[in-house]
Ligand binder design. Structure first.
Ligand code: CTP
Ligand code: MG
Length: 255
């Protein structure tokens, strides 16, 4: 299997969580460190780029790939907070500034990914984009997504949608337009794995505003490229609300 660069978009504002969710403790290890750990345990991970909030700390040296930590601890911003959370896990701390680099993110998830993507060296053929808010990703999931990406060009894990879905426009109450066939719907997870150059080109060609781009395969679809889904994992949840953190604790306790 080829080596790949990992991009972790971590520049969000945790609005639905109500507090910075990526630095929260999850069974002794911060959420963001848990999202990084499975990748640093792999021999095929070339480097890990973490897109961090573009606050005064992050803009201290936006042209550099490794944003050196400011000595002045008073200038702590959200990027600094992420650095601290990452440093709490020794295996991650050892690689900060080396295999793991913090880069400035952007105002949307897509722009955060793009910012990191432009910093991936041209000789790295594949990129895996993984939400920093998914701390429970397994090696098996990474393996099968990578295998499908290499076979088909681009792949992501997905799980069946368990709900009955109605289509209706506008805020509720609203009149039902139709029931959507559930067997053709898949809820997307990460990592999403694709060729670096294809994704770069898809960004260049994208004519839609970046806030409409909610995942990375979508860019390839818009560029007319193939994208495949593989079996996701119900445990590979994204931390969105405090309830998700409680669920993650429970899932970890059962591992
Ligand atoms: N993300 C990012 N840059 C942004 C927005 C989001 O890198 N401008 C990242 C988040 O940090 C997260 C991932 O994309 O790891 C998925 O986004 P989401 O779960 O929506 O996180 P937030 O945007 O932080 O949460 P919310 O939408 O509730 O504010
Ligand atoms: Mg968001």
């Amino acid at each position: 299997m080829p080596r790949f660069a990992v991009i972790l978009p971590a520049a969000g504002s945790s609005a639905r969580f109500g507090a910075p969710k990526l630095v929260q403790d999850l069974a002794g290890i911060p959420v963001i460190a848990r999202a990084v750990l499975p990748f640093i345990q792999r021999a095929d991970t070339h480097q890990i780029l973490i897109a961090t909030p573009n606050d005064p700390f992050a803009t201290a040296g936006p042209s550099q790939q490794n944003l050196a930590r400011l000595d002045n601890r008073l200038s702590a911003g959200r990027a600094n907070e992420l650095w601290d959370a990452l440093s709490r896990e020794p295996a991650v701390k050892n690689r900060l500034g080396g295999q793991i680099a913090l880069v400035p993110g952007g105002p949307t998830r897509a722009e955060s990914v793009w910012s990191a993507l432009r910093r991936v060296p041209a000789d790295v053929e594949w990129v895996a984009i993984h939400d920093a808010a998914r701390p429970l990703v397994s090696q098996d999931l990474i393996d099968r997504t990578l295998a499908a990406a290499v076979e088909h060009g681009a792949a992501a894990p997905a799980v069946a949608v368990p709900w009955t879905i109605k289509q209706a426009s506008g805020p509720l109450p609203a009149r039902v337009e139709k029931t959507v066939a559930r067997d053709a719907l898949w809820a997307l997870q990460t990592p999403q794995i694709m060729r670096r150059d294809r994704l770069l080109r898809a960004f260049d060609e994208c004519i839609y505003p970046m806030q409409h781009i909610t995942d990375d395969l979508q860019l390839l679809e818009l560029a007319g490229e193939q994208a495949w889904l593989v079996a996701g994992d119900e445990r590979n949840i994204k931390i969105t609300t405090p309830q998700d953190l409680m669920l993650a604790e429970t899932l970890l306790a059962r591992r």
